[in-house]
Design a protein around this ligand. Structure first.
Ligand SMILES: [Zn+2]
Length: 177
């Protein structure tokens, strides 16, 4: 059983909340799995890390599109802290997650929050730098207690990669002799 360090009320409406704010009306119907995953992750983070992440809440914006919408003008506010930067970080959660077990959403939410937590770069000059950031983020996911969810995620990714490979093979037909 997962260990909860804070209640739903606190993570959703607390003054130090990291939970997405523009969550009103029927949007919940189409973004439910991802929102539930966010709540799960936020309830379990160690106290010190939760506080540090709260301090960084205005350094990024959640982006949790509904699959039912074909297009949307989505506001990405530029916070005062980001004035010297040309962009604001956006934490994207794919609508495809709604069709997968919640463990996948939990692994993804924790992983992306780990990037925010560590202040990782969104653009790396070198591949090794990007790979190192990825490894660090996954280590944090495990440290935060989501090892089981990471296993489910890895299995799903492997399955997806195999499917992608089959898909690509159809385009790469051998030339006829
Ligand atoms: Zn990553």
């Amino acid at each position: 059983m997962r260990k909860y360090l804070r209640d739903i009320e606190k993570v959703q409406f607390g003054h130090d909340s990291i939970y997405p704010v523009e969550d009103l009306g029927d949007a919940m119907l189409y973004t439910e799995t991802r929102k539930m995953a966010i709540i799960e992750v936020l309830r379990c983070l160690p106290e010190e890390d939760y506080k540090k992440l709260s301090d960084k809440a205005d350094l990024f914006e959640w982006f949790i599109p509904m699959w039912i919408e074909y297009g949307r003008i989505h506001p990405f506010p530029i916070t005062p802290q980001s004035q010297e930067r040309r962009y604001v970080k956006v934490l994207y959660l794919s609508p495809i997650l709604e069709e997968k077990p919640i463990e996948i959403s939990i692994a993804v939410v924790a992983h992306e929050l780990a990037h925010i937590f560590k202040g990782h770069k969104t653009h790396c000059k070198h591949q090794w730098e990007s790979d190192a950031q990825e490894a660090i983020a996954w280590d944090i996911v495990v440290n935060w207690g989501f090892k089981k969810e990471l296993k489910v995620y890895e299995k799903e990714r492997k399955k997806q990669e195999d499917e992608d490979e089959d898909f690509m093979k159809r385009f790469k037909k051998e030339p006829k002799e």
